[in-house]
Write a protein that binds this ligand. Structure first.
Ligand code: BGC
Length: 350
């Protein structure tokens, strides 16, 4: 081979290697973050919303109301879902920083793993709102949620209202979600005050409700010995009830949850779940969107209550949850339009 041929072949090989690595780099990034265009236009208000995932029924409602409210108020929203993967969520937030959005709103997958990326956002002059779940040691500009301790108190009060309930099992949500410890705190205080024994307590990593079904299958004898099961949310409750049904035990034990998922509301009218905690997420999403747009417009936001995130006291907006049971489900769930009567009473014959 002459010299020119060797050089030409070398150039072809190098070009090939470089383009393969660029392409593979791109494809990794693309699966992590759905990128649109790069830097935002200077005069547009842009909000980045990073969600955990859409597995649980409520989050699509949260997203839709948040997006429509913020749009009406003149902002553009870039929505990303991290599919339950904290590293993906971190790269989504980094992408929002790179894009120089005005505000980042996060439904944190892990309360303890976002403080450094949130610091980067704040250093870049971007406001950060922790939506529904607190981000610990991050000094966010606002945490907006329902009063999660009260959610647990309401669950506890429902169980304690049944005199025969003396032994309880807790099947909780994801330990990495700060709401879980708040809900558990409220619940356990009621159990302690009323002398009700917690005979077992387990967690569903990543809010995976199939882990609750697995637990029921493994501990069916212990469950036979319990009077009630506190479920971290309605998805967990639904999986527990379906598994209990296999053993012909659905309805034989008190069950409580939260979210007012459709299946839970159906179970309440059918008598296999005692109560759920309804959280009007439309209200949460609307309020959060308004605060986000105010932040984007550099308006002063007036919030007097704070919550400690482990290091800092951060502004805290707490909305009221509502306890739902057979006696008030029509008024709270159906009259408000959260679910339709036909859907809630689907399996009940006239
Ligand atoms: C929320 C619940 C939800 C759960 C799983 C919690 O942080 O407060 O409403 O069911 O996450 O997504």
């Amino acid at each position: 081979m002459n010299k020119r041929k060797i050089v030409r072949n070398l150039i072809v090989i190098i070009t090939f290697i470089v383009s393969i690595s660029i392409l593979s780099g791109c494809s990794v990034k693309k699966t992590e973050v759905e990128k649109t265009n790069n830097k935002k236009e200077a005069d547009t208000l842009e909000i980045g919303l990073s969600l955990d995932s859409y597995i649980i029924e409520r989050w699509e409602r949260d997203r839709d109301v948040f997006v429509s409210t913020a749009k009406e108020l003149g902002a553009e929203i870039n929505v990303q879902s991290a599919n339950g993967d904290i590293d993906v969520q971190i790269s989504q937030i980094e992408y929002f920083i790179e894009k120089n959005v005005d505000v980042i709103v996060v439904v944190a997958i892990d309360a303890d793993k976002l403080s450094s990326v949130i610091k980067q956002a704040k250093d870049a002059g971007i406001k950060v709102i922790a939506y529904d779940r607190l981000i610990r040691n991050a000094d966010v500009d606002m945490y907006i949620s329902f009063d999660n301790e009260k959610v647990g108190t309401m669950m506890g009060e429902e169980i304690a209202s049944h005199y025969s309930n003396k032994k309880v099992i807790m099947i909780c949500g994801a330990p990495a979600d700060n709401n879980v410890s708040l809900v558990n705190g409220g619940f356990e205080t009621i159990m302690a005050n009323r002398g009700i024994e917690i005979i077992d307590k387990t967690f569903c990593e990543g809010w995976k409700a199939e882990l609750a079904a697995e637990y029921v299958n493994k501990h069916i004898d212990l469950i036979a010995n319990a009077d009630a099961i506190m479920c971290g949310n309605d998805d967990i409750a639904t999986n527990v009830i379906r598994t209990l049904a296999v053993y012909r035990k659905a309805g034989a034990i008190d069950i409580v949850g939260q979210d007012a998922d459709l299946a839970a509301c159906q179970h309440i009218v059918e008598g296999t779940q005692n109560m759920t905690v309804y959280k009007p997420v439309e209200k949460l999403a609307k309020e959060a969107a308004k605060y986000a747009v105010d932040f984007a417009n550099k308006k002063e936001v007036d919030v007097n209550t704070t919550i400690n995130d482990g290091t800092y006291d951060v502004p805290y907006v707490a909305l009221e949850p509502i306890s739902v049971y057979k006696g008030n489900i029509d008024e709270i769930i159906i009259d408000s339009g959260f679910h339709s009567r036909d859907d809630v009473y689907l399996n009940i014959s006239e």
